[in-house]
Ligand binder design. Structure first.
Ligand code: HEM
Length: 413
């Protein structure tokens, strides 16, 4: 009866909040042929699309724009007001250029990876013999590494606070109630604590590396020679730090996969050139649920596969369903990293961090970092020699974002 009641509602916000990742697949399968669902979200008309053509449609700025597309509750938790995610056209390209330069530079990515692995080894040694919650520990390791790398003043205590706040921002964006209010508070406090850091970077903080995210964002000048507003700099620094901490979700899933399919451990231990570790990281990003969908607003009347889409409609791309679509993946419910070795082109069908081209559209500029760090920590996990105590490893699909219920507890050697 609850299910029937939820289905009877004209607006999908509540069913989505209650059913999480499982809501859309059920509703999509209602529609003949699949791939389209019309509904309302937050009171607005919305259409959900799925499939490769849908990716092209959603990432075409001629159809879908971002301004005024992201709801306030998502901005005040996950992304921040004035973030790159909310920009279109030339202003997006200029701002995005800063991120591409910071995040897609090979040496910079390798530097961050080195810091993460060093922090991980130090953390596993410090807690040797203990039973720990992997998700919490990795979030702290990532927060410390990315804070230093980005040019933030950092101590153990501040890294723990940064990890807690970044996790809260991600954990609370898609839900009403206490988790959401924790997310809002975390963002407010992090933004406030970054304002003096921005000021200091502008007045010449000694020792701040020129190429670091803090220095580059704080000292950026636009075409008219104007700097970004200090609040915008704080928001964008968090758009580097927060999603790096969020890699902890994937690391917890990687540990889950290694536990469930022990052969994968052997594959990683015999990896000679890093290709298996990367394939494993890709499969973790495909198989486990994280970002449920992305999208924006149709800015003019358009049509997609004969479906009329009126200007002002929210157009959403089903990420979770895309990765389980049998039309695109052989045995999508099978955890099979080798699919990326058998067919190297398969990686181009992945959209866990958005689709299209990061240089021209909104696709995540942090994919190199994510894959590199996740592959490195998966390899570390494979050789760690930990045990997995009895615990609740179920991954509830009603919760967005989700995790193994236990947070993935492990006993360190
Ligand atoms: C955008 C997912 C890691 C920085 C995005 C988008 C998604 C996403 C779904 C939106 C794409 C769109 O709007 O079309 C993820 C996931 C990650 C991750 C699941 C793994 C934890 C990272 C990392 C960084 C980063 C490590 C930076 C170090 C960004 C930025 C954008 C973005 C700046 C905005 C791009 C734009 O609007 O042009 N990410 N991301 N992300 N991500 Fe990531």
């Amino acid at each position: 009866t609850v299910a029937r009641f939820l289905r009877s509602l004209p607006d999908s916000t509540l069913p989505l909040a209650v059913r999480g990742y499982s809501w859309l697949p059920d509703r999509m399968s209602d529609v003949h042929g699949g791939g389209v669902l019309r509904t309302r979200v937050l009171g607005q008309p919305a259409i959900f699309l799925r499939g490769p053509e849908a990716v092209d449609f959603v990432y075409d700025e001629d159809h879908v724009v971002r301004r005024e597309a992201l709801p306030g509750p998502v901005l005040d938790t996950l992304f921040g007001r004035g973030a790159v995610h909310t920009l279109d056209g030339e202003s997006h390209r200029v701002r995005k250029g800063i991120f591409l330069g910071l995040l897609m530079d090979e040496r910079g990515v390798a530097d961050l990876q080195g810091r993460v692995v060093a922090g991980w080894r130090e953390w596993t040694a410090r807690h040797s013999g203990e039973e720990v919650v992997l998700f919490d520990g990795v979030a702290e390791v990532l927060a410390a590494a990315v804070s230093e790398w980005a040019g933030l003043p950092c101590s153990d205590a501040s890294a723990a606070g940064t990890a807690r706040d970044c996790v809260a921002m991600v954990d609370g964006f898609a839900t009403p109630g206490p988790r959401h209010f924790r997310a809002r508070r975390a963002r407010r406090e992090q933004e406030a604590s970054l304002l003096p850091v921005v000021e200091h970077a502008r007045t010449g903080r000694p020792g701040l590396a020129d190429g670091s995210a803090v220095a580059v964002l704080a000292r950026h000048r636009d075409a008219a020679g104007l700097p970004l507003a200090p609040h915008t700099v704080a928001v964008e620094i968090l758009n580097v730090v927060r999603p790096t901490v969020a890699i902890a979700w994937f690391v917890a899933f990687a540990a889950h996969a290694l536990h469930r399919w022990p052969d994968q451990r052997i594959a990683l231990l015999t990896d000679e050139d890093g290709s298996r570790a990367r394939a494993f990281a890709h499969e973790v990003r495909r198989f486990y649920p994280f970002a449920p969908f992305v999208g924006g607003l149709a800015w003019r009347d358009a049509a997609w596969r004969g479906q009329r889409i009126k200007a002002g409609t929210m157009v959403l791309l089903d990420i979770f369903g895309h990765h389980r679509d049998p039309a695109q993946w052989d045995h999508p419910r099978r955890f099979d990293p080798d699919r990326f070795l058998r067919e190297p082109g398969a990686v181009h069908r992945l959209i866990p961090q958005g689709g299209g081209d990061p240089a021209t559209g909104h696709r995540c500029p942090g994919e190199d970092i994510t894959v590199t760090v996740l592959a490195a920590l998966s390899t570390e996990l494979a050789s760690l020699g930990h045990t997995v105590p009895h615990q609740d490893l179920r991954i509830p699909l009603s919760r967005v974002p989700t995790l193994p219920r236990s947070g993935m507890r492990i006993r360190l050697p």
